[in-house]
Design a binder for this molecule. Structure first.
Ligand code: HMG
Ligand code: MG
Length: 300
């Protein structure tokens, strides 16, 4: 039996949060449904953040209300504070994500709090979710570099990851927010964090700005990580990380993993279809190499 690797699809959130154009609730909900129908078991569906900070995520409550949820699929949403948590709970979110950073400057720019303040802010959110039976995921941004500070100390990545894990997060997603890290750096970072948090509770979240994401995933796989975040068609970026491009494309990750002997449960053809569909809706070419290759084969 091939070993399973879990994919957390973040396109509808990490991807669409960075769109200049307004994407309708219907399109967002259809995207989430198509991704779940393609066999993905975790599809991040939105963010309950300030609409002044990230207007693209403003209608996340409507998206959550609209999607037909599938059994066995979770639909995480981002919640930076208690206000966001209450909104997520009101739409019956099954999983929330609190999101911190290993860099002080990024933390300030992204959520208007120092790292310490952010951890204090997350604590009551994690406690409330635990009491309500809602799962909590934790993100750490800037694990391989920061758009404002450059190099980020591994100590800080480890400290924030450990703090979120001890707060009750079932999984810590390690974010190369601006996609600058390399396989060697990803390996060293995962090793350092795995000394403080079980490697089975770690996920890799690699943006592909410098084309390093698949290599970083493979290096992390070799260190024992079995969960990776990705975004269909390579959508996305982060509104508070200038120059960052999208997450690694889900189709490319699935192609690499399946052909390397892992099972993802995802239907590559359905992902390619979804990638072409959302790219057309957004009026751009897919960023996924696999989707581009498949599309080229189809046209004479
Ligand atoms: P603040 O301005 O310090 O917050 O922002 P505040 O508490 O002073 O409130 C200001 C206003 O926002 C108030 O409204 C609040 O009610 C409202 P007003 O009285 O002015 O009308 N507000 C909210 N509204 C809706 N939902 C809420 C909420 N909270 C306050 N939850 C805050 C602090 C955290 C709210 C803000 O900085 C924020 O929303 N930041 C989110 C930024 C964001 O979403 N970034 C992208 C996601 S992170 C990411 O992409 C990285 C990741 O992918 C991993 C990686 O790649 O590294 C996860
Ligand atoms: Mg991200």
């Amino acid at each position: 039996m091939p070993e399973t690797v879990t994919i957390v699809e973040v396109g509808p959130r990490d991807g669409l949060q960075n769109e200049q154009q307004t994407v309708s609730v219907e399109t967002k909900a259809e995207l989430v449904e198509r991704l779940a129908n393609a066999g993905l078991t975790s599809v991040e569906a939105g963010a309950f953040v300030s609409p002044k900070w990230v207007p693209q995520m403003a209608a996340s409550d409507e998206v959550m209300a609209k999607i037909k949820r599938r059994d066995g699929v979770s639909y995480p949403v981002l919640t930076p504070n208690t206000k966001g948590y209450e909104a997520a709970k009101a739409v019956n979110a099954d999983t929330i994500a609190i999101f911190g950073a290993a860099s002080e400057s990024f933390s300030k720019k992204n959520i208007n709090a120092t790292i310490e303040e952010s951890l204090e802010r997350f604590r009551p959110v994690a406690e409330a979710a635990k009491a309500d039976g809602i799962k909590v995921r934790g993100y750490v941004s800037c694990v391989l570099g920061c758009p404002y500070e450059g190099k980020v100390a591994l100590d800080s990545v480890v400290r924030v990851s450990k703090a979120l894990y001890e707060m009750g997060c079932y999984e810590i997603s390690l974010g190369d927010t601006i996609g600058v890290g390399t396989a060697g750096e990803a390996r060293a970072m995962v090793r350092a964090v795995a000394d403080a948090v079980p490697v089975t509770a770690l996920a890799g979240h690699y943006h592909d700005t410098y084309g390093q994401a698949l290599a970083n995933i493979y290096a992390s796989l070799e260190e024992g990580v079995r969960t990776f975040d990705s975004s269909v068609s390579g959508l996305g970026g982060c509104p508070y990380a200038p120059g960052a491009s999208g997450n690694v494309a889900t189709e490319d990750v699935v192609y690499m993993l399946e052909k390397s002997g892992f099972a993802t449960g995802a239907d590559l053809d359905a992902l390619v279809e979804t990638s072409l569909w959302i790219s057309e809706r957004l009026g751009r070419a897919p960023a996924s190499k696999v989707t581009l290759a498949r599309r080229a084969k189809r046209t004479p």
